[in-house]
Design a binder for this molecule. Structure first.
Ligand code: IMP
Ligand code: MG
Length: 182
């Protein structure tokens, strides 16, 4: 599987180091708070697992499942919640954990929807951000890496639901309409 990709855009060492820093920062920022770490599935699963273990305070974990993309690379601009939280977030301090913020539409939709449930605070922590692609302005409090406008896979991120298990982040080489030839 790995030979079809070019060089990793972020190496595993860089990622490990950055996630440790994010964990330390969140640990300090939320020391006295009632933190609930909300993973946005499926894309955030790998980042979430590593980030959660880098946070050294008692906290709750929860997940929601959204789809915002068609099977192709381009965004449909539509966000659908396929599965909701199991915990009550009212009065709690929420951090939404995302794999990548691209247009910003997913995060805008989710922060809007979850704000109605009266959490004490909501912040966003994303592993990756592509600022050039932003369509809506959303505040993102913790960013792992800003990357250029390239389609990346691995470490939770998919192309047509595959490659999420690649252990590093790689730029996807050019593909044809059937997803062949890379
Ligand atoms: P947004 O709503 O446009 O910000 O899109 C966010 C979602 O699009 C992310 O959660 C990803 O699932 C997906 N996405 C955006 N860019 C990429 C990419 O380069 N590779 C894989 N998925 C991506
Ligand atoms: Mg996703």
């Amino acid at each position: 599987m790995e030979r079809i990709f070019g060089r990793p855009i972020v190496t595993q060492e860089e990622m490990r180091a950055r996630i440790r820093e994010l964990g330390k920062q969140i640990t300090a920022d939320y020391a006295d708070k009632d933190l609930i770490l909300v993973g946005i599935l499926k894309g955030a699963y790998a980042f979430y697992a590593d980030l959660a273990r880098a946070i050294r305070i008692p906290m709750r974990v929860d997940f929601l499942v959204v789809t915002s993309y068609s099977s192709k690379e381009n965004t449909s601009g539509k966000v659908k919640m396929m599965s909701d939280l199991t915990e009550d977030i009212a009065g709690r301090d929420v951090i939404l954990v995302e794999d990548i913020v691209d247009s910003g539409l997913t995060i805008k939709y989710l922060t809007g929807a979850l704000s109605k449930r009266k959490p004490k605070s909501i912040r966003v922590c994303t592993l990756l951000s592509k600022p050039e692609r932003r369509k809506v302005n959303v505040p993102i409090h913790y960013v792992g890496f800003e990357i250029p406008n390239r389609y990346v896979v691995g470490y939770g991120l998919d192309y047509q639901q595959k490659y999420r298990n690649l252990p590093y982040l790689a730029v996807l080489d050019t593909v044809d309409d059937e997803g062949q030839g890379f």
